[in-house]
Design a binder for this molecule. Sequence first.
Ligand code: SF4
Length: 192
Amino acid sequence: MSNELSRRGFLTTGATLATAFGFDLKLAANQVRELKISRTTQTHSVCPYCAVGCSVVIHTLGDKSRNVKPSVVHIEGDPDSPINRGTLCPKGISLKQFVVNDQRLTRPLYRAAGAKEWTTISWEVAFERMARRIKETRDRGFETKDAKDQLVNRLSNIALIGGCTDTNEINYLLGKFRFGLGIVAYENQARL
Ligand code: SF4
């Protein structure tokens, strides 16, 4: 019989010694078995990538505690969804990398005409600028009558496009915004 200590033998001997010294190894074993989502908060959302609109569950750690920065630790398909029944395609399954990504843009960027560099601007400046550009464009392009002198009240030099995570409520507001301005060209990939 070989005197060489096998891996299994080494682990068994180690465990026996640890127990002999009064350490409770059960706690350590249970700790190892705990799932990474066992203490998370679950938030239901929609994959933003395509018009299928698969439902997802986002697992966040620490968002119920004070002085703790919450972090998304896992995103998976929602088993209760009649659309995807818990499944996600390879793109959807990589969603966590989209959320937890230090290259993700969180502030608006502005590149002046002719400039090479983008500059970070505040949301207030961005909103003010967008509103002003929409107003100027609408003033230039709004038509009250067509070539046959028929009343049309339409705006065809601005188009509006929505995203696949837009809910009914967002689309309702987009409709108000669109009809308020007279925008004709409108498309939305959301089929939810
Ligand atoms: S998981 Fe895939 S199929 Fe589903 S919405 Fe996302 S990109 Fe589309």
